[in-house]
Design a binder for this molecule. Structure first.
Ligand code: PMT
Length: 406
């Protein structure tokens, strides 16, 4: 059973036939030790009643912000602010649309807007609705904002048809939620140095060489580490993501600049996580004026410094995590890279797979560690991958300090 002991959770339920499964979800979360406040939409009440949830949770159910008899209604903002996580299961297409566009016209959507904690949405709807471009755009927008939206499951739907749209199983929702609710500040006292995004290698004042990294993976790691109590430095190549608050942010452009920034913060770091996609090469000579003409042009490239290998070679005592972006033989290349770069943990992703890796909201990774361990994390949000990486770091480091095999 995932550790949700004493965690403060809000469970939202919307109007879908799958609403009855929310009863099982709340029961499982209660068994896991969570303290739960349930919020029902008006449509959810057509499918399942507040008394059931009140009995399971021992708390009033929030239904109407304007109900003077309800304490929960009065303190809804405080409730949202102190929650460790919020889950909506089932989440209808209507709820996804309101959440994506910041509409707060009932208790549940108001809580979603007020929440400062990780949010998990577990959709359930007809297959045609799930694949509708409007729903897909809303899901993409929510994921871009860091909300975890689970993929619905395939099977028989309430419409009588078979397709994708079933509410994920209760244990899948509980696992995902546990991944989002970080164990209380377990990185307090650590200084986590994270790199993110691509680097840009100038060719002339106009042009540069770069790659497809959006920075999302690294930013999610930095945010998760900050949430878990670490002092965080994020060294980022150029991205379109706003710098997260509550951490030291260092913007760089080229691999050389990234190297300088990383080395400048290395002494304080207890954990280094290199999620950046550093350009392997740069132009041997950068033209000072714009290169003109239509003649054939040969660009001479020279290798960039391998920042990760250099950091690992310095043996500062920090726990070193590298990434590997691979297109084939992922496990073999990951093991080779782990050894070649001398890191403690390598996080490999198969960037040939659609929907994960570069510029995706999700990732699927293989953890390979220097003690011989290997573990696959199936496709999930980058926020959940980030927490899983930090959990691996703590687990491996604790075993290494005790002198036992992890
Ligand atoms: O940014 P996103 O859009 O969210 O995408 C995430 C990601 C795909 C970029 C990320 O998950 C990832 O795989 N990052 C590493 C990409 C990469 O450069 O992989 P690599 O196999 O080429 O490099 C291996 C490791 O060495 C990496 O930790 C890299 O940061 C580091 N490296 C590489 C070259 C170099 N000159 N210096 C380095 O430090």
């Amino acid at each position: 059973m995932p550790a949700l002991d004493a965690r403060e959770l809000i469970v939202g339920v919307t109007g879908s036939i799958a609403a009855y499964k929310a009863v099982y979800l709340v029961r499982e979360l209660t068994r896991a030790g969570a303290r739960i406040t349930v919020c029902l939409t008006a449509n959810a009440r057509h499918f399942v009643g507040p008394l059931t949830f009140r009995t399971l949770t021992g708390r009033p159910v929030l239904e109407d912000l304007f109900d003077p008899a309800s304490d929960a209604a009065v303190e809804h903002v405080a409730l949202a602010e102190r929650a460790d996580a919020m889950v909506v299961a089932p989440a209808t297409a209507n709820l996804l649309a309101k959440a994506a566009h910041g509409i707060a016209d009932d208790a549940l959507t108001t809580l979603l807007l007020a929440a400062r904690c990780p949010v998990l949405l577990a959709p359930a709807m007809d297959g045609g609705m799930w694949h509708h471009p409007a729903v897909a755009a809303n899901v993409a927008l929510l994921r871009q904002r860091g909300v975890t939206v689970l993929e619905p499951e395939s099977g028989a739907l309430a419409s009588g048809l078979t397709g994708t749209g079933r509410l994920p199983e209760v244990d899948v929702i509980v696992e995902a939620l546990a991944g989002l609710v970080a164990p209380a500040r377990d990185l307090a006292g650590d200084h986590v140095l994270v790199t993110a995004g691509p680097t840009r290698e100038a060719i002339d004042p106009v042009r540069y060489i770069t790659n497809r990294s959006s920075g999302k993976m690294g930013y999610r790691i930095a945010e998760a580490a900050r949430r878990r109590g670490a002092d965080v430095t994020l060294v980022s190549g150029p991205t379109t993501i706003a710098p997260p608050s509550g951490l030291r942010f260092v913007a760089v452009e080229s691999a050389e600049e990234m190297r300088t920034a990383v080395l400048a913060h290395l002494d304080q770091a207890t954990v280094v996580i290199k999620a950046a996609a550093v350009a392997d090469y740069r132009a041997k000579e950068v033209a000072t004026a714009k290169i003109k003409g239509k003649r054939e042009l040969t660009l001479e490239l020279t290798p960039n410094p391998d920042i990760l290998a250099e950091v690992a070679a310095r043996k500062t005592g920090a726990f070193i995590v590298g990434f590997a972006a691979e297109t084939h033989d992922v496990a073999r290349h990951a093991r080779e890279k782990l050894e070649a770069k001398g890191v403690d943990l390598l996080v490999a992703n198969d960037i040939s797979q659609p929907g994960i890796g570069f510029d995706a909201e999700d990732n699927e990774v293989l953890f390979v560690d220097r003690w011989g361990g290997a573990q696959v994390l199936p496709r999930t949000s980058k926020a959940a991958v980030a927490d899983a990486i930090l959990t691996q770091v703590l687990r491996l480091r604790a075993a290494a300090r005790r002198g036992v095999r992890p």
